[in-house]
Design a protein around this ligand. Sequence first.
Ligand code: CUA
Length: 173
Amino acid sequence: MHIHPLERRWIYVVLAVIGILLLAIFYTAIARNIHPPSHIETIDSASLHLSEEFAEDKLGVWTQPDGTIKVTLVAARYGFYPREIQLPAGTQVTFRIASADVLHGIHIPMTNMGTMVVPGYVSEITTTFPKPGEYPMLCNEYCGLGHDHMWSKVTVVAKESWPAAPNAQPVRR
Ligand code: CUA
C-alpha cells in the first residue's frame, strides 16, 4: 500500500501529539497527584443544618487522631463556610464539602484541590500545602449572579506556629 510522504508525515505528527497528551495525563496524575474526583457519597442537601457532619457548629478544621487534618465546608450561594480557615503547611488535609443549594465548584489555585460540589453528594479531596501563604478558595462553576464573589480565604502557616495565629478558626479534636 502506498502512503503519500506528506500524509505519512502528518500521521507521525498526530501520533506525536497523542503521545504528548498521554504523557501529560500520566505526569499530572503521578507527579502532581491530580485525579478526577472519584468519591461517591450522598447527603440530603436540604437538611445539612441537621446533619451529623455539616451542621453549622460542626464546620471547620478538625485534627484527626493520626495527625492529619479534616476540613468540613458548606458551599452555598455565595461563599464557602467557614469563610476563613487556617491550616498548617506540610500536613495532609482532607476537605469534605457539601452544597446547601446548587452546583458549585471549589478550587485552590496552584494545588490539586479542585472538585465540583454537586448538591446531594459529599465531595472529598485530599491535599497538602507545601508552603505557608494565603490561598484563595474559589468557586469555578457558575452558580448565580454572585458567582464572581464566591470565594473564601485559606491561610497556610508553618507547622510549628499552627494554630497559634490570631483569628484562627477554632480547631476541634
Ligand atoms: Cu458557587 Cu459559583
